[in-house]
Write a protein that binds this ligand. Sequence first.
Ligand SMILES: NC(=O)C1=CN([C@@H]2O[C@H](COP(=O)(O)OP(=O)(O)OC[C@H]3O[C@@H](n4cnc5c(N)ncnc54)[C@H](OP(=O)(O)O)[C@@H]3O)[C@@H](O)[C@H]2O)[C@H](O)CC1
Ligand code: K
Length: 215
Amino acid sequence: MEITVEQMYNIENKGHDMGFLKKFMMENAGAAAVKKLVEKLGNVESKNILIFVGMGNNGGDGLVMARHLAGYGAKVTVMLLGTPENIKTEESNWNWSILEKMPSVKLMTGGTIDFNFKPDVIVDGILGTGISGEIREPYASAINYINQTNCYKFAVDVPSGLDPQTGETANIYTKCDMTVTFHKMKQGIPKRPDLTGELFAEKIGIPPEAEEGIL
Ligand SMILES: NC(=O)C1=CN([C@@H]2O[C@H](COP(=O)(O)OP(=O)(O)OC[C@H]3O[C@@H](n4cnc5c(N)ncnc54)[C@H](OP(=O)(O)O)[C@@H]3O)[C@@H](O)[C@H]2O)[C@H](O)CC1
Ligand SMILES: [K+]
């Protein structure tokens, strides 16, 4: 079953109100994404994994992935596309704070695209269901870097720049090898298999009762 982005936000909010906090959804989303990525790649130990993180909860999912991937022994670098004080949500901030206590994860901020290593894997945690309009900097430079870099690319929830509701693309967008969306498939995502690559919808523990009156 495919649902609308509006339905997804309503289900998220109802689940949160039931006590299954967005922080728990984010944890399960990041964990599910890492499970699929590691299943696909096999051993990620010592692999250079570069995670681009937007300032919203798509970025938050990327922050959770960073922590889990460090646990698998990957060499993780997080590029926050802004400054930590401008992280939009409490649940994203919570995960950023954990990473600040983890020397095993390299944190970069501000969005200046300049790395002294070639990534084996890039994770696109830039934009998800909160996308609106032309892609602004530094998100645009990050998307261009991802498309210009030859490595395995993984999209969190949806390739950034692809509208998960309509399946239309913004002025620029990422082209990925795998996409993991959460809870249920959003209507626009399956329209662009050329951008999503292998596509999965993973459950993240939202109570089925959170869909009552919405689906
Ligand atoms: N569905 C679920 O059960 C869960 C979903 N999760 C993840 O949450 C995101 C949606 O998070 P949200 O914070 O609502 O939105 P995004 O992170 O996608 O984007 C918002 C940020 O992006 C900026 N933005 C928006 N459009 C543009 C643009 N064209 N150019 C540049 N920047 C843009 C926006 O900035 P503003 O200034 O506009 O506020 C925000 O900073 C969903 O996709 C999932 O990944 C939960 O984490 C887990 C459960
Ligand atoms: K994304």
